[in-house]
Ligand binder design. Structure first.
Ligand code: BLA
Length: 231
């Protein structure tokens, strides 16, 4: 389902001089005991970033996932890049979340980084329903312009690839726009990224889902050691 987007993402990372880093075998590729579902992950070393991870889950018609988070270096205060795409085929339900995840909720910060990102939702109004967020708090590590879609695939099957590529292009563009005066100090960026991992570990609705597919022990290790190592 998300194969073309996954390929696009990896190609885009390579274009920005990303290099694959080795990760433990059990995180690289892991199967459920009945072999019906598979989870794969990649870790990239990308200039300007301290960690860029990508995960894909393939449980056939039950569920497909593409999840990615990019953590900038601590000396950059730009937002964390967050992507969470889920496709529950049997239920014809797509959940798509793409955001420049802000370290803080502050007008100067938004002015520094969100001008271009803001415009995307106007081009794709279907992806603008922040109100429907249940597990997370919309004003904690999510921006007021988060691209968020929940519903059937019919309405967005054509626009999703466009949203995805425009979103990524806009995010890469941040590297060049940070000449504004407002800045969060390095130590504070580090603290905020640590808090992001703690918060995301707590709120992530994936715990039960992972445990169901891959068992409790592996899932806890995966969440603690790979998805949110600073938690
Ligand atoms: C929702 N994410 C979800 C849900 C699941 C996952 C099962 C609930 C879907 C539903 O509505 O039924 C699954 N989360 C995962 C998986 C991974 C994961 C499989 O981290 C890891 C591989 N989530 C993120 C990131 C963002 C994010 C980076 O991991 C930000 C872009 C957002 N996921 C996000 C949001 C929701 C969600 C906003 C909706 C939850 C809500 O309604 O509050």
């Amino acid at each position: 389902m998300f194969e073309p987007l996954l390929e696009y993402l990896h190609a885009s990372i390579r274009d920005h001089e990303g290099i694959l880093i080795n990760i433990p075998e059990e995180f690289k590729e892991y199967y459920s005991s009945n072999k019906n579902s598979k989870i794969q992950s990649w870790l990239w070393d990308v200039p300007g970033f301290r960690r860029w991870r990508v995960t894909r889950l393939d449980a056939g018609e039950n569920l497909q996932v593409l999840n990615s988070v990019a953590y900038p270096n601590y000396n950059k205060d730009q937002p964390i890049m967050g992507i969470d795409l889920l496709w529950f085929g049997k239920r014809n339900k797509l959940v798509a979340v793409l955001d420049f995840q802000p370290l803080i909720q502050n007008t100067n910060y938004f002015e520094k980084y969100f001008d271009d990102f803001k415009l995307i939702k106007d081009l794709f109004p279907a992806f603008y329903n922040q109100k429907n967020m249940f597990s997370y708090e919309p004003n904690k590590y999510f921006s007021p312009w988060v691209l968020f879609y929940k519903g059937g695939i019919e309405d967005v099957s054509e626009s999703l690839p466009s949203v995805f590529s425009l979103f990524l292009k806009t995010y890469w563009g941040l590297q060049e726009t940070s000449n504004k005066k407002f800045k969060i100090g390095e130590k504070q960026v580090e603290e905020l990224q640590i808090k992001y991992d703690i918060y995301s570990f707590e709120k992530d609705p994936a715990h039960g889902l992972f445990a169901g597919f891959f068992g409790k022990e592996w899932s806890e290790r995966f969440l603690k050691e790979f998805l949110f190592p600073l938690s």
